[in-house]
Design a protein around this ligand. Structure first.
Ligand code: DGL
Length: 275
């Protein structure tokens, strides 16, 4: 059990804006919690970088978040969860939640025909962590993975329901349709934002698993078991959500306001290389 104050914030980080889909779920499901979000906008993408680099970046961000006296950590980035969570946890005295494990669990619960697809960045697919977690959960399940690197820039360009995105989705997903998967994990922070397009291409019979939703549920469970769940709203005048980035705060703010409807008042740029 942690001896932290229940009013302390939760630290959430991602390689950039994508983790806001996870922050949004935490805001929805745990409306009393305070959040400090860090988006590594100067060094995004993580999905094509090595395990060593992603781990080094992640550790710097954790050092920054710990300065804000966070009571729990959420690694909102799939690639960082896959490559760095184990290493980070070794150095932490507060609970940490990644996005991969909750997504894997939800998929095994959802599948009926035992064929689960995973779409993610190249890094997450190469780590095989979704496969490992799903296999460890037991059951007669087969996993089919497919990296979809073009989805991230398409989302960042705002082409969420665009014919170009749909065409690329058809090409990426054709093999998963042929295999007849019945469950598909959206294993990258950006993919829930093109859920409609992915759903249209996959067809109604395929359950789309959004790890962001499952992660917020897992966070609630972890906070409860550590007596860290905040039962009361933050005090009047206290800032509930703060956002930090490593570059281009204005661009982040504009994008973030399209994802989070709670109103992002400001995003501050910090030099993450100093950590
Ligand atoms: N946040 C990353 C992830 O979920 C996607 C963007 C990137 O490649 O950095 O894997």
């Amino acid at each position: 059990m942690s001896n932290k104050d229940v009013n302390a914030p939760i630290g959430v980080f991602d390689s950039g804006v994508g983790g806001l889909t996870v922050a949004r779920e935490i805001m929805r499901q745990l409306p009393n919690e305070r959040i400090i979000y860090f988006g590594d906008t100067a060094r995004v993408p993580y999905g094509s970088k090595s395990k060593e680099t992603v781990t080094r970046y992640s550790k710097q961000i954790v050092r920054f978040l710990l300065e804000h006296d966070i009571k729990a950590l959420v690694v909102a980035c799939n690639t960082a969860s896959a490559y760095a969570l184990d290493e980070i946890e070794k150095e932490l005295t507060i609970p940490a939640v990644g996005v991969v494990k909750p997504g894997a669990k939800a998929a095994t619960e959802a599948t009926k025909n035992g064929k689960i697809g995973v779409i993610a960045t190249e890094g997450t697919i190469a780590s095989h962590l979704y496969d490992t977690y799903i296999t460890n959960l037991g059951g007669d399940v087969k996993i089919y993975s497919k990296p979809c690197p073009l989805f991230v820039p398409l989302v960042e360009e705002g082409l969420l329901e665009d014919p170009v995105t749909e065409e690329i989705a058809r090409r990426y997903l054709a093999e998963l349709i042929d295999i007849d998967i019945d469950t598909l994990i959206l294993g990258c922070t950006h993919y829930p934002l093109i859920r409609k397009t992915i759903g249209k291409v996959m067809g109604e019979g395929v359950t789309l698993v959004n790890p962001a939703y499952e992660t917020a549920k897992e966070l609630e469970r972890v906070l409860k078991s550590n007596n860290l769940l905040n039962e009361t709203k933050p005090a009047l005048g206290e800032q509930q959500y703060s956002f930090f980035v490593s570059d281009a705060a204005d661009k982040f703010k504009t994008f973030a306001n399209t994802i989070i409807k709670y109103g992002i008042l400001s995003a501050k740029t910090i030099n993450i290389e100093e950590y």
